[in-house]
Design a protein around this ligand. Structure first.
Ligand SMILES: Cc1ncc(C[n+]2csc(CCOP(=O)(O)OP(=O)(O)O)c2C)c(N)n1
Ligand SMILES: [Mg+2]
Length: 662
């Protein structure tokens, strides 16, 4: 392609970006204008993609980590011929119900691989995509054989999560991961030098990457660097020196082009400077044709891939397709059944983290798409089953990931694995460190991605490690995230049931909050139904017809509630217990299903070794809450339960105090 042709194609992106932002009266023209040359080379010469099938499993992934530059990807999708990305959609940039939201949302826009905007997430998602690609390649062979490209900005690389992501990718030698760094030296506050003096090339090199600097406006240099990157045996970072807002006569090179419309005069000047004389949203036929041709570049590769897939052994092909569509194997139901039957025959008095491990011993062989891991707490989280080998740079076929002490990078990489398809990732860390990965969990919930977080040591019940490690507000804080199921099983039977629900929730991430301390098995008879599926159910009924007290509890406090109910029964106040393993599932039921579970007792009590927030939806504002209202303390856990008044006696007393003297 001649330089002139390249420039005209890149200018089409620039024009669409500045015009759409102008029309929306909001948005970020600087990045698309600055990165247009990089994107043009990538999409017209390098990227393997099929606009007629945005979900083609072996497409190269392109992650716009700097999501504020959303008009870049929207312009590219329109120009290369993604049917859903019409010119109308570009004109409706940032409007309600458009396919062009402010920041890219993968569940809204075909062709957008992940939801970005919170800086640093995209590059960390891409690491997960690259892991998924190598793992599936190891399992299925060359039907999975693609690259993952990222466009990352200064902000992406300044965020701490990028360090976790880069280090993990370098360690695993993810050579199919290629990061294009939009090295424009500008952030919102002005020059990058106001707040940063990192040498990004050296930084990536020290993490085991290949890294180099190029002129990000020189198409030949971009193409040459990408070619080299494709051949590298390690991940590559290409620092592309660019000018933010390239083409804008006064605002180019300045933060003024970052995040607001350029204005009519500046746009007029840019049109002159770029020699782009066309009206807003008008792309001349020859340029549009060149772009559409670029969109068809991978057609032969696509057809060859279809043949490759058809040439697979039918069983392997069926399994590949099952995994890519995210359907669960039939073996899951049998695995769950066998665990429940075993537990009914020989009840276990173990911590729910150990119950989870017991469940995983059956689930992992039955569900081969499960990939476990832990952020350096494997022995504490019980997430690695006996048969699991670890994924490493020399063998990607393993099913366990030693994420290192990188909770945020772990959670974001898991999002990337799920987005890639073919994998159900589950993690391990302490519940208190959910705060260290909350932004990625939130995005999983927003995107509707099936990722499962095993979070152990879920209360003061962890004991001596003390208040720094004891979650207090975390259950409530996680329950506050829409579309996230927070499970807190009370025993080994609930643990397998909650695992099953987490696996079956195709569009919802889950957290499994599990104990360090041993718990009795309360469910001792085999029941085929998954009782946790309604989120709450009566685990201990009253003996007669009369109910004075309903006690609601989750996890380790259900056993305490059961003992409290027995105390109350003896004192002439018939009490029942409702186990509440999952608020979200319970509160999503229609009222006529919820009311019988809540019941009509005179006194409602909730017991949970966390804060009250959220429980009023079940016990009402007049209900009694027994739990935590401060941070914990360092001591053996039984002492802590006594100290903080979370005991059967305290629960019974709190309930009795609520009855008016007659
Ligand atoms: C986690 C996070 N913090 C803050 C922001 C707000 N924000 C959006 S872009 C940006 C930085 C802009 O600089 P850069 O990343 O270099 O992008 P450029 O201006 O060069 O396009 C910030 C702070 C964000 N999107 N995400
Ligand atoms: Mg910048």
């Amino acid at each position: 392609m001649s330089r002139a042709d390249h420039d005209r194609m890149a200018n089409a992106i620039r024009a669409l970006a500045m015009d759409a932002v102008e029309q929306a009266k909001s948005g970020h023209p600087g990045l698309p204008m600055g990165a247009a040359d990089i994107a043009t080379v990538l999409f017209t010469q390098v990227l393997k993609f099929d606009p007629s099938d945005p979900a083609w499993p072996d497409r190269d992934r392109f992650v716009l980590s700097a999501g504020h530059g959303s008009m870049l990807i929207y312009a590219l999708l329109h120009l290369t011929g993604y049917e859903a990305m019409t010119l109308e959609e570009l004109k409706n940039f940032r409007r309600l119900h458009s396919k062009t939201p402010g920041h890219p949302e993968n569940f809204i826009t075909p062709g957008v691989e992940t939801t970005t905007g919170p800086l640093g997430q995209g590059i960390a998602n891409a690491v997960g995509m690259a892991i998924a690609e190598r793992h599936l390649n190891a399992v299925f062979g060359d039907v999975v054989d693609h690259r993952t490209y990222v466009l990352a900005s200064d902000g992406d690389l300044m965020e701490g999560i990028s360090q976790e992501a880069i280090a993990l990718a370098g360690h695993l030698k993810l050579s199919r991961l290629i990061v294009l760094f939009d090295d424009n030296g500008i952030t919102i506050d002005g020059k990058l030098s106001l707040s940063d003096s990192v040498d990004q090339v050296k930084r990536f090199e020290s993490a085991g990457w290949v890294a180099e600097r190029i002129d990000g406006h020189d198409p030949d240099a971009i193409a040459a660097a990408l070619k080299k990157a494709q051949e590298a045996d390690r991940p590559t970072m290409i620092a592309c020196k660019t000018t933010i807002g390239f083409g804008a006569p006064n605002k180019a090179g300045s933060e003024k082009s970052h995040g607001s419309p350029l204005g009519a005069d500046e746009i007029k000047g840019a049109r002159e400077k770029l020699r782009w004389s066309h009206e807003p949203f008008v792309i001349p036929d020859d340029i549009l044709k060149a772009w559409r041709d670029a969109g068809q570049r991978s057609n032969d590769i696509r057809r060859a891939w279809d043949k490759k897939l058809d040439g697979l052994d039918p069983v392997v092909k069926g399994e590949f397709e099952r995994r890519i569509t995210g359907e669960l194997p039939e073996a899951l139901a049998d695995a769950v059944k066998s665990v429940k039957e075993t537990l009914a025959k020989a009840p276990k008095e173990i911590a729910t983290r150990a119950s989870s491990e017991f469940a995983l011993e059956a689930l992992v062989p039955a569900v081969p798409e499960m990939i476990g891991g832990s952020a350096d707490l494997t022995g504490s989280n019980n997430t690695r089953t006996k048969s699991m080998t670890a994924i490493s740079a020399s063998d990607y076929s393993g099913r366990f990931i030693n994420y290192g002490i990188r909770e945020h990078g772990m959670a974001a990489a898991m999002n990337g694995m799920t987005l890639h398809g073919g994998i159900i990732p589950y993690s391990g860390t302490f519940l208190v460190f959910s705060d260290y990965c909350r932004p990625a969990i939130r995005l999983a919930a927003l995107m509707g991605e099936r990722v499962i977080h095993v979070m152990t040591h879920d209360s003061i019940g962890l004991g001596e490690d003390g208040p720094t490690h004891q979650p207090v507000e975390h259950l409530a804080a996680l329950r506050a995230i829409p579309n996230l199921n927070v499970f807190r099983p009370c025993d080994a039977v609930e643990a397998i049931e909650c695992w099953e629900l987490a696996l079956r929730a195709k569009d919802t991430p889950s957290v499994l909050a599990l104990t360090r301390q041993n718990l009795p098995q309360l469910r001792t008879s085999y029941v085929p139904e998954n009782l946790c599926a309604t989120g709450a159910y009566e685990i201990l009924p009253v003996e007669g017809d009369n109910v004075d007290v309903s006690i609601f509890a989750s996890g380790s406090e259900v056993a305490i509630a059961v003992e409290a109910a027995q105390l109350l029964n003896r004192q002439g106040k018939p009490a029942r217990v409702v186990s509440v393993p999952c608020f979200e599932l319970f509160l999503s039921l229609p009222p006529e299903q919820r009311h019988p579970v809540i019941g009509g007792a005179e006194v409602n009590v909730a017991v949970e070794a966390g804060i009250r927030q959220g429980w009023d939806a079940i016990i009402g504002s007049e209900g009694v809450f027994v739990g935590m209202s401060s941070f914990g303390a360092s001591a053996p856990y039984k002492d802590l339960y006594r100290h903080f008044g979370i005991t059967p006696e305290a629960v019974a007393a709190a309930a009795l105090a609520k009855f008016r003297p007659r």
